[in-house]
Design a protein around this ligand. Sequence first.
Ligand code: PLP
Length: 344
Amino acid sequence: MKTLSDFRSDTVTRPTDEMRRAMAEAEVGDDVLGDDPTVQKLEIQAASIMGKEAGLFVPSGTMGNSIGVKMWTQELQEVIVEEKCHIYNMESTHMTFISRVTPRPLPSKRGVLDPEMVRSNIRPASVQTPRTSLICLENTHNNWGGAVIPIETFKEIRRIADEYGLKVHLDGARIFNASQASGVPVKEYAKYCDSVMFCLSKGLSSPVGSMLVSDRATIDYARRLRKALGGGMRQAGVLAACGLISLAKMVDRLKEDHARARRLAEAIYDLPGITLDPAEVETNIIIFYFNHPKITIPELLARLKEKGILALGVFGGVRLVAHKDVDDEDVNRAIKAFQEILAS
Ligand SMILES: *Cc1c(COP(=O)(O)O)cnc(C)c1O
């Protein structure tokens, strides 16, 4: 057995053997000069899958979202976000640092914004206040335990955005997980958004990289922003080659991750200290709240690690993520570890 079963995140997935071969064989050029054929192929492929005109390969999801916010905003403007979203909480304040806009965080039901609340938080034009210009959505919602945002929410938010002349950016880091769980095609979610960022480096197992897709003129501008942020990459075809495999081969298997996460959740939810509704584990992420009379969260994590299980402490709880590099045996091992630590 491997020494550690790593459930901290789907970002720990290693490139597949096929990806390693593709990296070795990738046709490359200088992407800043615009002639890396493999990057171009990936950008066209990503745009086509999302039903958009153009795509941009970026080094990280954070850079994709940074550019996504920057390309739709100007100073003195405000962006509506869900209060636990990744863009607002986990991307080192690029909204203020790079775009110089203020975020307007709104509460939600498990990541699902109430469209009427969004409407009532759009600022009326005034000399005193920022001007609302962008709404950011996230699907699946990471900090809400991989919750799937319903397509109806997208439709209603789009309607409101159009009414007020706002743009909609989707942080779709795990949009393929959402699609696999809901049966709604990724294109359908993307249809209601002006731009979409998604990650190749999470469940889709690429070593590095995310995509930003939108209309052609906006992506031309995004390309300049990427260069300004230091994200222009030269022989990036070696990485794009992995991205092409992610899109072609790694999407359908996300279902296996969802099944494993659900099985793990069902086996541990009623152990002492754990608060978790296994029915809320819709995709590959489990977040449970932990409050035990004798064991703190850091102690739980340490004892899990002694038994070969890596998990992550978050917001008063613990996060476990299923992905390509944890199989049924790893799940069994995690279940056994939790039982040994908590059931005694
Ligand atoms: C991981 C993640 C990102 C961006 O991730 P990087 O680590 O910068 O690639 C953005 N949004 C969500 C919801 C994420 O989970």
